[in-house]
Design a protein around this ligand. Structure first.
Ligand code: SAM
Length: 262
C-alpha cells in the first residue's frame, strides 16, 4: 500500500539523492578528467567541489588518485559525504563564504567543479559574485573551474520537467523534477523535486521545493565579469561529449562552462 506523500528538505535525504544522482557518474567523471588534461595549465592533483552533496564524484576521483576537497552547507549531506569519501578534506560551510585556509590542507587547488546547477542555489548577484571570488581565491592561476548549469533560453520555451529512475540494491527511486513559478524579472524559479521510493514492496513518496536563480548566457557573463579572475575557456553541453564543444546561443539550455583562472 502506498504511504501518503511527505514534504521534506530533499537535501536532508542524502541516501536517496545518492541513488538517483550517482547512477550515471561515469560520463561526468570522464569529462572532468578530459577537462583537467585539456584545460589546466600544468598538472592536476588537488580538486575542489563546492556544494559537493553526497560526494558522488569526489569518491570516484579520489579512487583514481586525486586529492579531493568539498564545501557543503547541509549537515546531513556533509555527514553522508564524510562516510562515503573519508579521504575528502570537507568543509561544512557556505560556498559563497569560505577561504582556502579553512581546509585541513590549504595549498591552492588545481581545479574545481560544480556540475549540476548548484551555483544557481545562490539567489542573489551578491552571493554569486562572492562565490566566484571565493573560487578564484582557492584555485591557482592556470587552474580551471567547470560549472554546469541550466540557462534560461532567450528564444524558445525551456524544458519544464523530467522524470528518471535509478536502483541500488533493493531500493528503487523514481525522481520527478518540475519547474514552476519562473519569475524572470526577479530571476528566481522554483522547482519541485519528488522521490517515489520503493523498497520491499513498500512505496513512500517525498517531495520538496528548491529555489534556483535564473541565468541567461549574458547574465552569467556579467556575473563572471563582476567577480573577475576568470575567462571562459570552452563550453560544452550536458552530453559531456569531449569532441563537441558548443557555441552558446539564444536557445542554449544545458551548458557546461570551463572557466580558466587568470
Ligand atoms: C544539486 S545538489 C549537487 C550536489 C553535488 N554537487 C552533485 O553533483 O551531486 C546541490 C547541493 O548544494 C548544496 N548547497 C546549496 N546551497 C549551498 C551553499 N550556499 N553552500 C554550500 N552548499 C550548498 C545543497 O545542500 C546540495 O547538497
Amino acid at each position: 500500500m502506498n504511504e501518503p506523500r511527505a514534504t521534506a528538505d530533499i537535501y536532508d535525504l542524502p541516501e536517496y539523492y545518492d541513488i538517483i544522482f550517482a547512477d550515471e557518474w561515469e560520463a561526468e567523471f570522464d569529462f572532468l578528467r578530459f577537462c583537467f588534461d585539456r584545460y589546466v595549465d600544468g598538472p592536476t592533483q588537488r580538486l575542489l567541489e563546492p556544494a559537493c552533496g553526497t560526494g558522488r564524484l569526489l569518491v570516484e576521483l579520489h579512487g583514481v588518485g586525486y586529492t579531493v576537497a568539498g564545501v557543503e552547507l547541509n549537515e546531513k549531506m556533509t555527514r553522508y559525504c564524510r562516510e562515503r569519501c573519508p579521504g575528502a578534506d570537507l568543509l561544512s560551510g557556505d560556498m559563497a563564504n569560505f577561504r582556502l585556509d579553512q581546509f585541513a590542507h590549504s595549498e591552492p587547488f588545481d581545479a574545481g567543479f560544480n556540475m549540476i546547477n548548484s551555483v544557481r542555489h545562490l539567489l542573489s548577484e551578491e552571493l554569486a559574485v562572492a562565490h566566484f571570488r571565493c573560487m578564484a581565491a582557492a584555485i591557482r592561476p592556470g587552474g580551471i573551474y567547470i560549472v554546469g548549469l541550466h540557462l534560461t533560453p532567450t528564444i524558445g520555451q525551456p524544458l519544464e520537467d523530467e522524470t528518471w529512475v535509478a536502483t541500488r540494491d533493493d531500493v528503487t527511486v523514481t525522481c520527478h523534477l518540475e519547474t514552476y513559478d519562473r519569475d524572470l524579472d526577479a530571476r528566481i524559479e522554483r522547482a519541485s523535486l519528488g522521490y517515489d521510493i520503493e523498497k520491499n514492496g513498500h512505496e513512500v513518496q517525498v517531495v520538496g521545493d528548491l529555489s534556483f536563480r535564473t541565468y541567461t548566457a549574458a547574465q552569467l557573463q556579467q556575473t563572471l565579469q563582476t567577480a573577475g579572475g576568470w575567462r571562459i575557456a570552452a563550453t560544452y553541453d550536458f552530453t559531456y561529449d569531449q569532441d563537441e564543444p558548443i557555441v552558446v546561443g539564444e536557445v542554449s539550455e544545458d551548458v557546461v562552462y570551463v572557466l580558466q583562472r587568470l
